[in-house]
Design a protein around this ligand. Structure first.
Ligand SMILES: [Zn+2]
Length: 334
């Protein structure tokens, strides 16, 4: 098995990009696992208050992409991957995995029906503090809605300078700059700034867009693999190590409480991690699942046995949602 992730964002107009990414990867190494990371699958105008940059594909484009995968690739499930990691067996040629981050509502509405039609497995990473909490919305949606719809037209005074908001283009630029800047701040400081600024701009919170636990349980029953994606979706390298532990262990416990047995997988928000974070996750994950009360399937349990998987990251399948720098750490030694 090879440590390779091809994470991508496919807009409807760039289906060819998906093909070239996949086929290009073919030429690099044999026995390669490609991991496709989607966020939202929806029409751009379906939810105009939500940040459109996280629409990975329109429903039609997604259908086209899954049709292509079904015909040309072996789409592996997370269980198959974990089993291969445990046994050391090679994955089938042209293996690809389909994953979704953030558990947005459109997954159930558009993506899963298409995946079911093509009989393709998928993994959905859930930020577990969000389901059934309509008051909790993603900060980027909140900021996007505030910057794009505020009636204020004066310059916005920010730590990165005064940003004009007179035209739609200026607003889009301001949002992009602020979004990038927020990711450089400690998570708490960033969230406080977003709250304060959105209040100043006089715009209410964006709509809640995360699936509820009943819907997630239904999806799990129908075959969707659910994985942890923190509780509150901070960049894990922008919070204290104590918060890293709370986010990692808390999200796994939330999933176990609401769903039952879940596989030992974890996706870092926006690819934010460092070696120390990975070490904590690996250690905590083993501990979290060593309790006898964590009723697990054989394969699930086997994946947690010390030494069953390589390296310190062995107990954690870490998927990054960063487009260019994603790592598939689980297989780093293979
Ligand atoms: Zn995410």
């Amino acid at each position: 098995m090879v440590k390779q992730v091809s994470s991508f964002a496919t807009r409807s107009a760039v289906f060819s990009k998906l093909l070239s990414l996949l086929e290009q990867a073919d030429g690099q190494r044999p026995n390669l696992l490609r991991v496709l990371t989607y966020h939202r699958v929806d029409e751009p105008d379906a939810c105009p208050a939500l940040y459109p940059g996280l629409i990975s594909a329109t429903p039609d484009a997604f259908d086209q992409q899954m049709s292509y995968l079904a015909a040309n690739y072996h789409v592996v499930s997370m269980a198959e991957l974990l089993d291969a990691c445990r046994t050391g067996a090679a994955l089938p040629p042209r293996s690809v995995m389909v994953t979704f981050d953030d558990a947005c509502r459109d997954f159930a509405q558009h993506a899963w029906p298409t995946l079911k039609r093509y009989r393709l497995p998928a993994t959905l990473f859930v930020p577990t503090a969000f389901p059934d909490h309509p008051d909790r919305t993603f900060w980027w949606d909140h900021l996007y809605q505030a910057v794009s719809t505020t009636i204020r037209c004066d310059d916005l005074d920010t730590p990165i300078g005064r940003l004009p908001l007179r035209t739609p283009t200026q607003r889009a630029q301001a949002f992009g700059q602020l979004k990038d800047y927020m990711k450089t701040l400690p998570h708490r400081a960033a969230m406080e700034w977003v709250e304060r600024t959105c209040a100043d701009l006089g715009v209410p919170r964006a709509e809640h867009n995360v699936l509820g636990w009943d819907e997630l349980r239904r999806l799990a029953r129908e075959g969707v693999t659910l994985g942890a994606h923190t509780r509150t979706h901070p960049l894990m390298n922008r919070v204290s190590l104590e918060e890293v532990r709370a986010e990692a262990v808390g999200s796994l416990r939330d999933l176990e409480r609401e769903i039952g047995a879940v596989p030992p997988i974890f996706a870092y928000p926006s690819g934010g991690f460092n070696d120390e974070v990975v070490r904590i996750l690996a250690r905590r994950q083993r501990h979290a699942h060593s309790r006898p009360a964590a009723a697990a399937e054989d394969q699930h349990r086997a994946a947690h046995e010390p030494g069953a998987l390589p390296r310190a990251t062995a107990a954690v399948v870490a998927v990054s949602e960063s487009v260019a720098t994603a790592l598939w750490r689980l297989t780093a030694d293979r």
